[in-house]
Design a protein around this ligand. Sequence first.
Ligand SMILES: [Zn+2]
Ligand SMILES: [Zn+2]
Ligand SMILES: [Zn+2]
Length: 326
Amino acid sequence: MDNPGSSDPRLDGDSERARSEAALAAVGDETRLRILQALHRARDTNRHPDVRPVPFTELRKRVGMQDGSQFNYHLKQLVGPFVQRTEDGYVLRRAGERIVTAVLAGEYADAVVYDAEPVPTPCAICGGDVVLDYNVEPFLDYLVVRCTNCEGVVSAPGRPPGMLSLTDAMPPVGMQTRDPVETYLATFSFIGNQFRTIVDGICPHCSGRLTAEPRVCEDHDPGDGTVCERCGTIFFVWYHHRCDVCGFSAMIFLDRHFVVHPTVAAFYHDHGYDPFGPEWLRVAAETIASQTVVTEDPFELEVHLAIDDDALTVTLDGNGDVLAVA
Ligand SMILES: [Zn+2]
Ligand SMILES: [Zn+2]
Ligand SMILES: [Zn+2]
């Protein structure tokens, strides 16, 4: 996939930041936030799009302000990036909606803490019991899945032992409305979509362009265990994805890049694997027979997959894009 990085002048970091700062100042006021919330509540959610223009007087009443000129002053600060003025009234724009939903989501933050909640999927490495942590120091806002029996797939100082994954959690609302096992299962759908977006070179936070870089462990050697002492993981190759616009950054395992390819997806499906389900780690733990850096410049990686008597060879480039499947 083509991923030439950020050369679009509209995505220039300084002007983007200046716009964001001006935007935050515009909504850093209780009345303005109440206006956005009133417009959000006034949407007609039975329709697509759910836009329903709210006339000036109705909006003022919904916000509960007597002083028309005061109200008008605050409303004016929002018109533009957050609120659209139409002939029939005022409409919430996408940027305004994001602020309202962020405030709603923030009200739930820290309400949920999971400390070693058991989950129904056994460890893909050793078959041991797996537990879930959420909002546990030092990884607040992260979801940690870890094995209680083996060293897991990532081992580093400051990380809990047996770590199988460390991912963004769903926003707090998503955690609040589900029990731990439901959260665990819902996260695969939520994170699976993020992985797909990242692998396609699109920032899951701001939709800016991602640039990717392969990280190869030069002397990968798991010794008697599963985790290599040099890189601290079971994975020989990772891809580091970074957003040039918002600074989002993620280290993504090699296998996430090829499991989305239709031929590879069919291969796993035919053998009873679900690369985006709770047993996703079985792909890396059981089916990667070998991985070889064929050329450094341009970077080309060959991965041999084997399940029973079937085999597949996948070639990836420096962005983690699949060049060939044979
Ligand atoms: Zn284990
Ligand atoms: Zn290594
Ligand atoms: Zn971004």
